[in-house]
Write a protein that binds this ligand. Structure first.
Ligand SMILES: [Zn+2]
Length: 299
């Protein structure tokens, strides 16, 4: 009996026997997990490009998919605010991994001026849950995903580690490219205004000031006073970087640009990948596309 069990255990851990079902909670995490995991895993994402990850409403099929999964890899930091409810409904008992684990949170706020001391009643500072918008933080995501996949399938450790190493080397090269290119933008022009506070890590890592009238989760509306402050700032400081975001309501940014008399710059992909066939169809493509849009608008 013991021998049969031992043989069974061996068969169950053999590569290619039965891919381990893994669910991802964001398109960025999904792209990294697929690149690192290979065929030992069957990885599927709950979200599609163009779906707002903060406002996502799980559908009944998500419960079925979650029930069948052994592991879930989330972005974490509250990015998938809907997940806990879904996990409860699915009675999910597998492993939940946060790809952003270990990243020191950077606060974001919708304020136009971070030095003032009065508090906005509706836009308290919260940790920006989008570290991946800095490629330097994306490396940490890849490392965490690598470790989670190895823990789930120790038999695939070597292959997973090899793929992760190659990917991390690519991510580091992309980060070096972005650092060098973005450094060519004059300091006074390094101000970006986008819908929601998704660029705090990008701002810190590449030396920008980012203003986000709608807060970290796009769940707050700026007051008339804040809008007036923003418009004055755009006019007085000659801010060029008023950006639209993919899959977000353009109304506020268009209004800001129109009232300040500036053009709206190219679209940024801040909440996840763009559709297949777009330059942002992969994580690195999305980041490169954002850097290119910022360079085109500000340099
Ligand atoms: Zn977001």
């Amino acid at each position: 009996m013991l021998r049969i069990l031992a043989i069974l255990a061996l068969i169950m851990t053999l590569p290619g026997v039965e891919p381990i079902p893994v669910i991802t909670g964001s398109t960025v995490v999904h792209d990294l997990a697929v690149r690192i995991g290979g065929e030992r895993f069957s990885i599927s994402c709950l979200l599609r490009p163009g779906v707002d990850p903060h406002a996502y409403q799980p559908v009944p099929d998500d419960i079925r998919r979650l029930t069948a999964a052994r592991m879930v890899i989330l972005n974490g930091m509250g990015f998938e605010g809907w997940f806990d409810g879904l996990a409860k409904e699915a009675a999910f008992a597998g492993t939940v991994v946060q790809a952003s684990a270990g990243i020191e949170p950077v606060m974001t706020a919708g304020c136009t001026d971070h030095s003032h001391d009065h508090t906005h009643d509706h836009q308290a500072s919260v940790p920006d849950p989008h570290p991946y918008n800095s490629m330097r933080q994306g490396v940490r995501y890849a490392e965490n995903i690598r470790d989670a996949l190895i823990a789930a399938a120790p038999d695939a450790a070597e292959a997973v580690r090899t793929r992760a190493e190659a990917l991390i080397a690519e991510l580091r090269r992309t980060d070096a490219w972005a650092t060098a290119e973005l450094a060519s933008i004059p300091k006074a022009r390094r101000v970006i205004i986008a819908n929601h506070g998704a660029l705090a890590y990008f701002a810190r890592d590449y030396g920008f000031q980012v203003l986000a009238p709608n807060g970290a989760f796009e769940d707050s509306e700026p007051s008339a006073k804040q809008l007036a402050e923003l418009i004055a700032l755009i006019r007085n400081q000659g801010v060029r970087g008023v950006f639209l975001e993919y899959a977000k309501n353009p109304r506020l940014v268009e209004q800001l640009a129109a009232e300040a008399g500036v053009k709206v710059a190219a679209t940024l992909y801040l909440d996840g990948l763009g559709p297949a066939g777009s330059p942002a169809e992969s994580y690195q493509g999305m980041f490169r596309s954002n850097v290119a849009a910022i360079l085109a608008a500000l340099r």
